[in-house]
Design a protein. Structure first.
Length: 163
């Protein structure tokens, strides 16, 4: 699934990767499942060492892969406010290079739409930026499938720190 939510910003799930090509797109993989596959890791026989330099994040000019899972807000503490700012800068940079942005997580319901919501509110002004709750209310009209878990609480608590 892939859905356009703004001029060059698209949200989707793992299956949406089929529709993107690295030449024309910049991609944010907000999925531990994808991140593990990228490095040949799995959950049973080949768990990644936490000391690996790419354990939490891997970045190229047009691609970022994040070891993010859905769950409580504490799971986003390692990424922090600076990590979200970096994602917004990444989106701006690649849009300026005339790339489309594809943000995906496993189901396209929580992490990827939350990143898009943040971008639309904080950088584009397409959503109310005064509070997460106001932005969320407007965003669900654009993206009714939005069903955030712990990332919502993290953004609610840290909304004023991210720009």
């Amino acid at each position: 699934m892939i859905l356009q939510v703004h001029k060059a910003v698209y949200i989707g799930d793992l299956e949406g990767l089929v529709f993107t090509n690295k030449k024309d797109w910049a991609i944010i993989h907000a999925s531990q499942k994808f991140h593990y596959k990228l490095f040949g890791w799995d959950y049973k026989n080949n768990k990644p060492p936490k000391t690996h330099p790419c354990y939490l994040k891997y970045k190229e000019e047009h691609e970022i892969s994040l070891n993010l899972v859905d769950g409580g807000p504490h799971l986003y503490e390692w990424f922090g406010v600076e990590g979200f700012k970096e994602l917004l800068d990444f989106i701006d940079h690649n849009i300026n290079l005339n790339r489309k942005i594809f943000i995906h997580c496993d189901k396209g319901e929580s992490r990827s739409p939350s990143i898009a919501l943040l971008y639309l509110a904080k950088r584009v002004g397409a959503l109310n930026k005064n509070s997460y709750l106001e932005a969320c209310s407007e965003f669900t009209k654009i993206y009714p499938k939005y069903n955030p878990l712990g990332i919502a609480e993290y953004l609610y608590i840290n909304w004023s720190k991210i720009f």
